[in-house]
Design a protein around this ligand. Structure first.
Ligand code: SAM
Ligand code: SF4
Length: 335
């Protein structure tokens, strides 16, 4: 670690060891909760980080204590130079992982293995083909479903992310849990969160409490086991006794886990976000290109981090559109 220690420690004592890097603003799906129907304005290519710049910035974070990097997007696998990016980042002393929509991941099994990627998160919001097509605005259900099975077969540790939306897929909670009976995966139910252009409102969100009530009601409470969450885990983990897999809830809306937050986010155009919900960004890329040190900017951004959800510390604040429309659309943050 370099001499300038603790640049990743914020004023609440949280040390940030986990960096999520968005590699692209593009995607081969169009999920309604993630992006507006008519897309988002894309950054010109010259404004996006090259693979060398991704590496340079990532290395600075690793030199200051980051031990985990997760690649995301948009869809990270649509980036043409993804094999080179993986190879460069795999040379750093970090646990490297990826979040993907799974549509084309079967083409990358060897590359992922060669770069020591063991943990993969795949998004799948419905087990019904029609509903999947509706929510993603694309007809790719079979590919994603089969690729989840393939990843498990190939020995990856797979988590499946499902954003729950009331009246749309909340009737599938039990089906998703049943999916873990024979498959050693973790299904993670995510509370629908507000971002620019995703038509969020609280009444569409399915809460942590509702998921647990449904599970307890269906399986009989004694059959549901509360697992021990890993440190800094964003999810609360459970399993049905005897099932191979487990399920979890990510409750950023009703039960934020900000106290133990250890995450920072880098957007594809080189902006550091100190929180998923924060509308402020710090421009690392322009400074890197100008040959200036980026550590002071990182340090300032980390010190400016709010205690809870980018300053939206109450449900009332989260419901003020002017607060979350200042933020980006999720597709350009990376989740
Ligand atoms: N394309 C990849 C994928 O879909 O997994 C990676 C990027 S995507 C933005 C990362 C995660 O953010 C996905 O699991 C997605 O379901 C989640 N996500 C997107 N918009 C969301 C929202 N409004 N609320 C909660 N989760 C959201
Ligand atoms: Fe693409 Fe992932 Fe957003 Fe869906 S959630 S539009 S797959 S980036």
């Amino acid at each position: 670690m370099s001499e300038n220690k603790n640049i990743l420690k914020d004023k609440f004592g949280r040390e940030h060891a986990y960096l999520r890097i968005s590699l692209t603003e593009r995607c081969n799906l169009r999920c309604t909760y993630c992006m507006p129907a008519n897309g988002v304005p894309l950054s010109p290519k010259s404004h996006l980080m090259t693979y060398e710049e991704v590496y340079e910035i990532a290395k600075t974070f690793v030199d200051h204590g980051v031990t985990k990097i997760r690649l995301t997007g948009g869809e990270p696998l649509v980036r043409k130079d993804i094999p080179v990016i993986l190879e460069k980042l795999a040379s750093l002393p970090v646990e490297l992982s990826i979040t993907s929509n799974g549509v084309i991941i079967d083409r990358f099994i060897d590359v992922l293995k060669a770069n020591n990627i063991k943990k993969i998160n795949v998004s799948l919001d419905s087990l019904s083909k029609d509903k999947f097509t509706h929510i993603t605005r694309r007809n790719e259900f079979e590919k994603v479903y089969n690729n989840i099975l393939l990843l498990v077969k190939e020995g990856f540790k797979v988590k499946v992310n499902a954003v729950l939306i009331k009246g749309f897929n909340d009737d599938e909670i039990i089906d998703f849990i049943e999916f873990t009976k024979e498959l050693p995966i973790s299904i993670r139910f995510i509370e629908f969160m507000p971002f620019d252009g995703n038509k969020w409102d609280l009444s569409k969100m399915v809460s942590y409490k509702e998921v647990i009530e449904k599970a307890n009601h269906h399986f009989n409470k004694n059959m549901i086991e509360r697992l021990i969450d890993s440190p800094n885990d964003t999810s609360k983990n459970y399993k049905v006794k005897g099932y191979l897999g487990s399920f979890a809830i990510i409750s950023s809306v009703t039960n934020p886990f900000c106290d133990s937050c250890n995450r920072l986010r880098l957007t594809a155009n080189g902006q550091l976000k100190n929180c998923l919900f924060s509308a402020t960004e710090s421009d690392l890329l322009t400074n890197l290109r100008a040959g200036k040190p980026i550590e002071p900017i990182i340090q300032k951004a980390v010190k400016a981090k709010f205690k809870v959800r980018g300053g939206m510390n109450t449900l009332e604040k989260l419901q003020q559109p002017d607060l979350h429309t200042k933020n980006r659309s999720m597709i350009t943050i990376g989740g």
